[in-house]
Design a protein around this ligand. Structure first.
Ligand SMILES: Nc1ncnc2c1ncn2[C@@H]1O[C@H](COP(=O)(O)OP(=O)(O)OP(=O)(O)O)[C@@H](O)[C@H]1O
Ligand SMILES: [Mg+2]
Length: 456
């Protein structure tokens, strides 16, 4: 059966050329404004919509938002004006599968359309990307946790899995960035294709280009064999660029071109290689700051940050600690052949009150250490935990109290007070009574201070 495509654009010439290109294989419907579009999608069965973002009566973004709410099964390919990168990013975030700049290359449109519809077909046939199934897959990736923050991330993972958009995962070290990248790949239609990890800091400086894009035999001294690069290996799948902030500027420029053109040449070669990869990048730095200092290209940032995922540090989702601990115990217990089945509630409390600068990786290390030393006990008690977990930070840090110019003692103290209250509120997830306990003041006093200092 022929699939149906709806072309939405207010430029009649463009509509008729696109129609001409696609009409032999697909049923084509057209609309030149937002109102007509919405009428058509209410009435007809559409498989794919080619959408211009700049319509006379409505913003294309609004249309995408509506579609995703009422007709999430319809794929959307945005074909829109140049210089509209922010709108394009927004469109992809809302769930458009791809974006082609105007004036479009019609062959590219035809290839992309074919691919999107094939993908949709596979999906519908296998039902493999239906949410219930995907949920199970995420579980088998063993992403453990029950906090609201983690659940929000899993929602984004599901959305991202469904699109072709690039993803940028930011978060402190050990928060699970790589795990999430795997999850996105494994729950996407690309899951049977390679997931190729590139650790940017470990790329050999002189050979970065050839590592990523390959080289021809004889391309440079020492290139005695042809080398296939990571991008070619990953074709059809996902490239995971870990610690992307470490990528040197010349390679950033090259990468940008590959993302834009989806093709590249081997080092020392003339043959153009076309690739279809999704890029998931990760960093524990704030790329915005790196852009500010000139270390990272802003245009590359926009191309990568289509779907942003921010991994919260463990100290901001302490509810996850007990379940993670149980999971890790189970995992390690088998390896170490130990007896321990649980942590006492006091021990769990200590795990929850520690700040975990190394996040889940540190939690794993600590539990491993504890079990190898005390795993013959049935229950782990506070005395079995490493001392750094129980050491109290009860030494006041006066280092931060420098004498600033033009400021009163009262102001300085208020500002320190605000700072400490904010910290306590953050650590206790906004629960006033808990924060009061941390600060060792009565809750009513804390409430009064918050009001007086005008803290949110
Ligand atoms: N939610 C989770 N459930 C279970 N295991 C997790 C979870 N999050 C992280 N881990 C585990 O913690 C360890 C660190 O995770 P991962 O390597 O993905 O972190 P990362 O953010 O990439 O760290 P880095 O920046 O240091 O490379 C891994 O062993 C991973 O399996
Ligand atoms: Mg990592």
């Amino acid at each position: 059966m022929k699939r149906t495509i709806l072309i939405v654009d207010d430029e009649p010439d463009l509509v008729s050329v696109l129609q001409g290109f696609l009409t032999d294989k697909y049923n084509i419907l057209t609309a030149n404004d937002g109102a007509t579009t919405l009428k058509i999608i209410d009435k007809e069965f559409i498989d794919l919509m080619l959408l211009d973002l700049d319509l006379p009566d409505m913003n294309g973004i609004e249309i995408i938002a509506k579609m995703k709410q009422y007709y999430p099964e319809i794929a959307i390919l945005v074909i829109s004006g140049t210089g509209d990168i922010r709108a394009a990013v927004k469109a992809m975030q809302l769930g458009a599968v791809n974006y082609i700049e105007k004036p479009p290359d019609y062959d590219e449109v035809r290839t992309v359309v074919k691919k999107i519809l094939e993908n949709n077909e596979v999906r519908n046939k296998e039902g493999s990307l239906r949410p219930d199934k995907r949920e199970n897959e995420l579980k088998s990736n063993k992403i453990i946790g029950k906090s609201k923050k983690l659940n929000e991330i899993l929602e984004t993972v599901k959305k991202a899995a469904n699109t072709w958009a690039n993803v940028l995962i930011t978060g402190e070290s050990g928060t699970g960035k790589e795990l999430i990248a795997h999850a996105i790949h494994n729950s996407s239609a690309r899951r049977d294709k390679p997931f190729v990890v590139v650790s940017c800091p470990n790329l050999p400086t002189e050979l970065v280009e050839s590592e990523l894009f390959g080289h021809e035999k004889g391309a440079f001294t020492g290139a005695s064999e042809k080398h296939v690069g990571k991008f070619e290996i990953a074709n059809g799948g996902t490239v995971f660029l870990d610690e992307i902030a470490e990528l040197q500027p010349s390679i950033q420029a090259r990468l940008l071109r590959v993302i834009q053109e989806r093709e590249f040449n081997l080092v020392g070669g003339h043959k153009t290689i076309k690739v279809d990869v999704r890029i998931i990048a990760a960093t524990n730095r704030k790329l915005e700051d790196e852009i500010g200092t000139g270390n990272f290209r802003e245009d590359l940032f926009f191309r990568l940050n289509v779907i942003p995922v921010t991994m919260p540090p463990l100290r901001q989702r302490k509810e996850d600690i007990p379940v993670l601990a149980l999971h890790i115990i189970e995992y390690i217990r088998k390896e170490l052949h130990c007896k321990t089945v649980t942590f006492s509630s006091k021990a769990i409390e200590i795990l929850q009150s520690y700040d975990w600068p190394g996040n889940i990786r540190e939690l794993k290390n600590v539990i491993e250490r504890v079990l190898s030393l005390h795993g013959t006990n049935k229950t782990i008690l506070p005395k079995h935990l490493p001392v750094e977990l129980t050491r109290k930070d009860d030494v006041i840090d006066f280092q931060s109290a420098k004498l600033p110019k033009n400021n009163s003692l009262e102001n300085i103290i208020s500002s320190m007070e605000s700072d400490l209250i904010n910290q306590a509120m953050e650590q206790s997830n906004g629960t006033l009574t808990k924060a009061a306990r941390l600060l060792d003041v009565e809750p009513w006093k804390l409430r009064y201070k918050i009001k007086k200092l005008k803290l949110g």
